[in-house]
Design a protein around this ligand. Structure first.
Ligand code: TRP
Length: 453
């Protein structure tokens, strides 16, 4: 049976687990990806589908990941393997863990590239590069930066080094110390920015309406798939990140309650980011559907036009950088924990190894906006676009289906009942959503998207 503590260390309290998991969840997905994807897919109706996915699919799967992790007390690969065997099922379930570790590499490889852009934008905004800038200048600055292979590579490498450094210091001194300081700071900064946008833009209601008015005609199965993929991505689900963190969670704390808290924090940050970005976009007569450049072109331009924009713009990108680093460390944790268990390597060696592999894979994404910008992997998608699309819309939802099936059907009910005993009134609801709703809903979206194309 599983030990009471993991060999990797433990969170010192339930609150620290919440901050770590919220740190994983709140990231570029909330601040960079959510607003531009919502913008591209027409706002309100998309947001509604996204919220439905968070509550009906996301929270049950997050609870499943925490449950599996805490019951197994090991890396996702070994937790799935030993729990499957304890439950009289095939050890082949560990494949879900393998797929997840691989997805972590793929996600971080492009995630670290964007995070690198963010780091360089902290400096750019802080130095006043966008003060009084017009659209051409903002656009040229962005194109010039991402078009320069060396600077992109430098910032990307810097971000990976930072991730490796924190990871190597371990669960307590590395991960927990980082989230303990960065997450509260992030929340405060975000509230300051929402107030700033509300007070100075004069277009706050327009932003609110954009996010919350439902135009269902604009919804296709393709955009439903993107909303669902976004829900998985933003909650860090489907690849074992939350499972790995769950392995370090104290016993006797409620799982469903904790998962719900984390999901609410994550959703709150995404919506608040929208409430910072869209009022600024509308105040300056810019396009809400600007795509991935929304945060890097439109926003600096907007800040450049506003009182205190140099200062608040710099703060904004610092906030994004904090959000990114507390997510990146969760993307490598499954692989790092597995290497420590399997090869009996130290965390330092494991973190360096994983970092090196992510860096190699990430070269493809780092160069997707410059030397490799004409190289398309699928259709018109660059290496970067392919990694983003495949992980969000295929690998994570697929991983989610298997995790839900495993927690709902395969796992020995004695183990499940034991872990869920602090969640009694909600336990049957969770079980129903996990057994039926989540796997069926994800499958339907897959099939319908496929048929519609
Ligand atoms: N959730 C993070 C974000 O929104 C990204 C992330 C961290 C992630 N760990 C993950 C996504 C695991 C999927 C799986 O930015």
């Amino acid at each position: 049976m599983a030990a009471t503590d993991s060999i990797h260390g433990m969170w010192s309290s339930r609150l620290m687990f919440i901050l770590a998991a919220a740190g994983s969840a709140v990231g570029l997905g909330n601040i960079w990806r959510f607003p531009y994807v919502a913008g591209e897919n027409g706002g309100g109706a998309f947001v509604l589908v996204y919220l439905a996915c968070i509550f009906l699919i996301g929270i049950p799967i997050m609870a499943s990941e925490i449950l599996i992790g805490r019951a197994g007390r090991q890396s996702p690969i070994n937790a799935m393997r030993s729990l499957a065997m304890d439950s009289g099922a095939s050890s082949g379930w560990q494949v879900v863990g393998w797929m997840g570790a691989l997805a972590g590499f793929m996600i971080l490889s492009f995630y670290a590239v964007i995070a690198g852009w963010v780091l360089s934008y902290v400096i750019l905004l802080g130095s006043g590069a966008f003060v009084g800038a017009d659209a051409d200048l903002a656009n040229n600055t962005f194109q010039g930066f991402v078009g320069n292979a060396w600077s992109v590579l430098g910032w990307f490498t810097g971000f990976i080094v930072l991730t490796v450094f924190i990871t190597a210091r371990g669960v307590g001194r590395g991960l927990e110390t980082t989230v303990k300081y960065l997450m509260p700071t992030l929340f405060v900064l975000l509230i300051v920015l929402v107030i700033y946008a509300a007070v100075t833009s004069g277009h706050f209601t327009e932003g609110v309406l954009f996010l919350f008015s439902f135009e269902f005609e604009r919804l296709t199965w393709g955009s439903v798939l993107i909303a669902m993929g976004q829900a998985f991505f933003t909650l860090s689900l489907g690849m074992g990140a939350i499972m790995a963190y769950g392995a370090y969670m104290p016993k006797n704390t409620s799982i469903i309650g904790t998962a719900t808290t984390i999901a609410l924090m994550d959703t709150g940050v995404a919506l608040m980011s929208g409430l910072v970005i869209f009022p600024l976009v509308f105040a300056n007569g810019l396009e809400s559907s600007a795509g991935p450049g929304l945060m890097f072109v439109t926003l600096p331009l907007a800040f450049g036009q506003m009182a205190g924009g140099q200062f608040f713009g710099c703060i904004f990108f610092i906030l994004v950088a904090f959000a990114a680093i507390t997510s990146a460390i969760s993307l490598v944790e499954p692989a790092v924990a597995w290497i420590v268990e399997k090869l009996e390597a130290t965390r330092v060696v494991a973190a360096l190894l994983v970092g090196a592999l992510v860096w190699l894979l990430g070269l493809g994404s780092a160069f997707s906006t410059n030397i490799l910008s004409d190289v398309f992997i699928v259709g018109e998608m660059t290496f970067f676009d392919t990694m983003d699309y495949v992980t969000n819309n295929i690998v994570l939802p697929l991983g989610g289906i298997f995790i839900a099936l495993f927690a709902g059907w395969v796992l020995d009910s004695k183990i499940r009942d034991e872990e869920m005993k602090g969640d009694l009134p909600y336990y049957p609801i969770w079980r129903f959503l996990t057994r039926f709703v989540a796997p069926v809903a994800v499958s339907i979206v897959f099939v319908m998207t496929f048929l519609q194309n």
